[in-house]
Design a binder for this molecule. Structure first.
Ligand code: PBG
Length: 324
């Protein structure tokens, strides 16, 4: 008989013991489901690179949200897909009260007040340049962009959104938005900051969904260099000091170390965005029969929790909720 006093396998000997010793769990309560809005009625446009995900007109979107709420998902991140004709340099459509996005926010909150609605604050869905900030002579202007983002965030707050989520990565935007919201009396509207958002190639399918790819260059002068982790602490320090209510890391799986870093250093809830490319990879491999899609999905999401994320934004939300 081998003399082993410490046998870690004892804690894996049965389903029940494995459940007792399980450290991390997925909860429906932690999921945010991203949704894509388009103009029109009874319109559903599947996104080829994101099997199972479609852009929806408001009527179908309302049904989708109601259905998700029955499954136990209560938080939704809404993104608008606009025709090129509605885009301009200044993202003017982003604060048009009669535009599809603000109309949709008002209608969702009217019909489904218990849904927690998270709006996107960035210029790219509305920008003819396809950038998150204002472009002049090929440069993205920081401070001039803040003013546009503030108009957008205040308009979204007025429409009834619960949380605004600046995804633009301009410097100082969290504090600037906080001030603008407070000045207008929206002290209750939360800010979920895209704190460590990397210049990632994993956003490809999302840009297909929104038709929002940059018309020139890339986003490397504002989104973070994938090689850097310490720099995420600078971004987090700023977002924390400027009043963010949530800190986000994006993408999720290739940046688990960054999730862990922020979770260890900040008392705020950490969100991780399991982005479109992460979703597409699993769906593509599963469709080929190369991976067990469901198992890989659950393992991936659990790993994001284990790294320290409290909240996960994921296109898998509906699918997972049905399993949990
Ligand atoms: C842009 C934005 C992007 C995503 C969310 N907001 C893409 C980008 O920065 O180009 C990506 C989300 C995803 O890939 O799922 N403001």
């Amino acid at each position: 008989m081998v003399d082993l006093s410490r046998r870690p396998r004892r804690n894996r000997k049965s389903e029940a013991v494995r459940a007792l010793t399980q450290e991390t769990f997925l909860h429906k309560e932690d999921l945010i489901y991203p949704l894509f809005l388009i103009e029109g009625e009874n319109k559903q446009e599947p996104i080829a690179s994101m099997p199972g995900i479609a852009r929806l007109s408001l009527d179908l979107l309302l049904e989708e949200i109601a259905h998700c709420m029955e499954l136990g998902i209560r938080a939704f991140a809404l993104f608008p897909a606009l025709p090129e004709s509605k885009k301009d340099r200044f993202a003017t459509e982003s604060y048009n009260e009669e535009g599809i996005y603000l109309k949709a926010i008002r209608e969702i909150k009217r019909q489904l007040p218990a849904a927690c609605l998270i709006s996107d604050v960035a210029m790219d869905p509305y920008s003819s340049d396809g950038h998150d900030g204002l472009v002049e002579n090929g440069k993205i202007l920081n401070d001039e962009t803040l003013e546009i983002l503030a108009k957008m965030a205040v308009a979204q707050a007025r429409a009834g959104v619960d949380i605004v989520a600046p995804s633009d990565m301009m410097d100082g935007r969290v504090g600037y938005l906080r001030q603008a919201l407070d000045d207008e009396g929206f002290t209750e509207v939360s800010i979920m900051a895209y704190t460590a958002k990397y210049a990632s190639a994993f956003y490809g399918p999302f840009r297909d969904a929104l038709d929002s790819a940059p018309k020139f260059g890339d986003k490397k002068t504002y989104q973070m260099n994938p090689a850097n982790a310490k720099e995420a602490l600078i971004e987090a320090d700023l977002d924390f000091a400027e009043g963010a209510d949530f800190l986000m890391v994006k993408p999720a799986l290739p940046y688990l170390d960054v999730i862990k870093l922020l979770a260890e250093h900040y008392p705020l809830p950490i969100a991780a965005y399991n982005v479109s490319g992460e979703y597409a990879m699993i769906k593509a491999a599963a469709n080929q029969g190369w991976l067990d899609g469901e198992k890989v999905m659950l393992e991936s999401l659990l790993s994001i929790k284990r790294a320290g994320a409290k909240i996960i934004l994921t296109y898998f939300a509906k699918e997972v909720a049905a399993l949990l």
